[in-house]
Design a binder for this molecule. Structure first.
Ligand code: SF4
Length: 350
């Protein structure tokens, strides 16, 4: 990750003439980057069309003054509320998340953890891992451990394998899930040897959940790594976020889900964009999202239609939006029940 070829500021791209940045001054870029870092791999940079001011890949990777709008929540899905020990989230009875690192090979501008990650760029320390393992050992109801971050594929190989081997010692843990956008943003990290070692270090089912949002992110490299992952018997799934100006159309999402399906990567969630501070410009309304999802329904085989979901703020978990218990009570206001608790959801519209 210390490679100089990773882009660490959009100033360099502005000077090279990237059309997406043409309306931003250098001062504005610096002001946004003071709050939210820029980082992208040479591979992800190569997916951007330098001449397109509306390039969807650029929108996901490069700064925008809209990020300075701080309306929203710092921790929109309540990771911190549900953390019994630091860096472990226990929201659902049978599953826990371990946040292995706050680093990613690219900082996505829409990320729901963008505030927490930018406040503390660090790997998980050994002391915190010890506490996480002690918690899992004690909680026999935990059947699945999810490694997340940041991006868990960014920690050193030795540390990652050590973590997987330790999880493997808990006989009540049946499944290991890894949430990583590395297959999309830094696919060179996915080698046969690497994947083989992960699968070989855990006795149960390994599930890799990645995060493609746009068909332009799918390349020959995606085909290569999809084969590597599936040949090891790993279940390969995708979750996308519905992003205004990036993928909020039936045509774009249909193309994305079909391309993923053709490579054996199953789309399982389409997230409504969270109420995170600094990403309001990416949020569609629920009404628009539902309309897209309902139109997609008749155009895709059922196994390629992901569930459209909302992560209810304050750690109340996920609810389906396609056909939802969430009732519209006024223009921006919805009411519903999640985990047996009533809640109101204000879209913070204009
Ligand atoms: S890779 Fe995932 S965790 Fe990292 S910045 Fe992007 S969305 Fe956030």
């Amino acid at each position: 990750m210390s490679s100089p070829s990773f882009v660490r500021s959009a100033l360099f791209l502005k000077r090279k003439g990237y059309a997406f940045l043409k309306d931003l001054t250098e001062e504005q870029i610096l002001a946004v980057e003071k709050k939210y870092s820029t980082l992208l791999s040479p591979y992800y940079l190569s997916l951007i069309n330098i001449n397109d001011p509306h390039d969807p890949i650029a929108k996901m990777a490069l700064p925008s003054v809209d990020e300075l709008n701080q309306e929203g929540l710092r921790d929109p899905i309540g990771d911190l509320i549900n953390s019994p020990v630091k860096s472990l989230t226990h929201r659902y009875k049978d599953r826990v998340l371990i946040h292995l690192t706050n680093k990613c090979p690219m900082y996505c501008r829409f990320c729901f953890r963008k505030n927490l990650m930018n406040e503390n760029e660090a790997n998980l320390y050994d002391k915190e891992l010890v506490e996480s393992f002690a918690y899992i050992k004690k909680h026999k109801e935990v059947e699945e451990v999810i490694l997340t971050g940041g991006d868990p594929f960014l920690v050193s190989e030795n540390k990652l394998f050590e973590v997987v081997e330790r999880i493997n010692t808990f006989s009540h843990v049946q499944r290991l899930r890894i949430h990583s956008r590395v297959p999309v943003t830094f696919p060179d990290r996915i080698t046969k040897k690497f994947v083989n070692k992960i699968q070989g270090s855990f006795r149960g089912q390994v599930i890799l959940v990645t995060h493609f949002n746009h068909p332009n992110e799918i390349t020959e490299k995606t085909k290569e790594i999809s084969k590597i992952v599936r040949e090891q018997g790993i279940l390969f799934l995708n979750q996308s976020v519905l992003l205004k100006g990036v993928n909020d159309s039936v045509e774009t999402l249909r193309d994305l889900f079909l391309k993923l399906g053709n490579l054996g990567i199953l789309p399982y969630y389409l997230h409504h964009c969270d109420l995170v501070q600094g990403a309001k410009h990416f949020r569609t309304t629920i009404k628009a999202g539902r309309s897209i999802w309902q139109k997609l329904r008749g155009t895709l085989p059922g196994y390629l239609l992901p569930e459209y979901i909302l992560d209810v703020p304050n750690g109340l978990g996920k609810i389906p939006l396609g056909e939802s218990p969430l009732k519209e009570v006024s223009a921006d206001l919805y009411q519903g029940i999640s985990l047996a608790k009533e809640f109101s959801y204000d879209e913070l519209g204009d």
